[in-house]
Design a protein around this ligand. Structure first.
Ligand code: SF4
Length: 357
């Protein structure tokens, strides 16, 4: 068995464990209300703000909104946490998001419901192997996706999120740069097809998006012929080919709001449905199919690590000593450079779009 297959098997076992656990530990509505109230009080007492990702549970997204926090993609989470005056950031998402918040705002305390919530992209790109890969291709600009460890970011020239990956790579290609891309091969492949850039790829994947199936999606399109298909670019190329719109979580939400269609088939984590239904309450959203005929679920588009952000762990987030994010100061200093490069680029991009409007 190859190392990659072995690693994938361990990841799949973890996935099943967390999905089973989530299913077995349903809270009653009264328990949910009690925990939500406790969390609201503690956030206030601790001068803390809740920053949640679109893929967390609807309960957690609602809490973030009700308490003046934010629900967004990883780029906006980083920006919001950096700009907010709270002394403590409670990050509901996966570990790299907490690390990014800490790197950008080292003076703040950053807590997470659990530090076990990670990401198959981060797990699949260990710094030792990645660093050796970079050394072998020193003539290339290193562009890494936000879904990586602080140490991998520290080794990069650029950090990107899926919302600005195309713009950054286009910008580098215009300057004649060759690119080393990590870790998501599907997103990297999409960026290569769209920009024509010379990209050398690390072999990583998101276990959630990789499971979307083109054949099942084509069948579903026949059932809903008027539905527009919205696809996250971490999905396989065959799925992206069937999309009416390809984009990051925020771009998918914007597309649902702006497009005239009344039905949408969505290929990304199901957590996003909370926001989709909020921004377009008169529209219908259908999850794209994942595993094939033998699968135990119709669509397993549910990140097991995002699902680890539970109300109970959030309720005692201030009372534990195993859930604060720390990043080595040298690593943080190095990682800050490509992160700020991304944020500055995103700001300039927004300004230039506004200027053209
Ligand atoms: Fe990582 Fe995929 Fe989960 Fe996002 S959905 S955190 S990319 S495993």
């Amino acid at each position: 068995m190859s190392l990659a297959t072995e690693k994938l098997d361990v990841i799949r076992q973890q996935v099943q464990y967390h999905l089973d656990r989530a299913e077995n530990e349903q809270l009653s509505p009264a328990q949910q209300r009690q925990l939500s109230d406790d969390i609201k009080n503690r956030l206030q007492q601790e001068n803390a703000v809740l920053v949640a990702h679109y893929y967390t549970s609807p309960l957690i997204q609602a809490l973030a909104e009700e308490t003046g926090g934010c629900v967004s993609d990883s780029l906006e989470m980083a920006r919001f946490g950096h700009d907010h005056p709270a002394e403590t950031l409670v990050v509901a998402g996966v570990k790299f998001m907490g690390e990014t918040a800490k790197i950008l705002t080292p003076e703040k305390r950053v807590l997470m419901p659990t530090l076990e919530a990670t990401c198959s992209l981060d797990l699949g790109c260990p710094i030792e192997d990645f660093s050796a890969f970079c050394d072998q291709h020193a003539d290339r600009k290193v562009v890494v996706y936000a879904n990586t460890s602080a140490a991998v970011k520290a080794r990069a020239d650029w950090v990107v999120t899926s919302s600005i990956a195309l713009d950054v790579v286009e910008h580098l290609a215009d300057q004649g740069e060759k690119i080393l891309w990590a870790p998501d091969r599907h997103l990297g492949d999409y960026v290569r097809r769209e920009t024509g850039a010379d990209i050398l790829m690390w072999d990583g994947a998101c276990i959630v998006h990789e499971e979307f199936k083109a054949r099942g999606l084509a069948d579903l399109k026949r059932v809903y012929p008027d539905a527009a298909v919205l696809v996250h670019p971490e999905s396989p190329a065959s799925v992206i080919e069937l999309a009416d719109r390809v984009g990051s979580t925020t771009q998918i939400i914007n597309a649902a709001r702006e497009m005239a269609n009344k039905q949408f088939i969505v290929a990304t984590d199901q957590g996003i449905f909370y926001k989709l239904q909020q921004v377009a309450p008169d529209k219908e959203f259908i999850i794209a199919p994942t595993a094939g005929q033998g699968a135990t679920c119709h669509s397993c588009a549910n990140c097991p690590w995002m699902a680890m952000n539970e109300l109970e762990s959030l309720a005692n987030v201030f009372d534990r000593d195993d859930n604060e994010i720390f990043v080595d100061s040298t690593v943080a200093e190095q990682a800050m450079v490509p992160l700020h490069r991304m944020l500055d680029f995103a700001t300039e991009l927004k300004l230039s779009v506004k200027g053209k409007a």
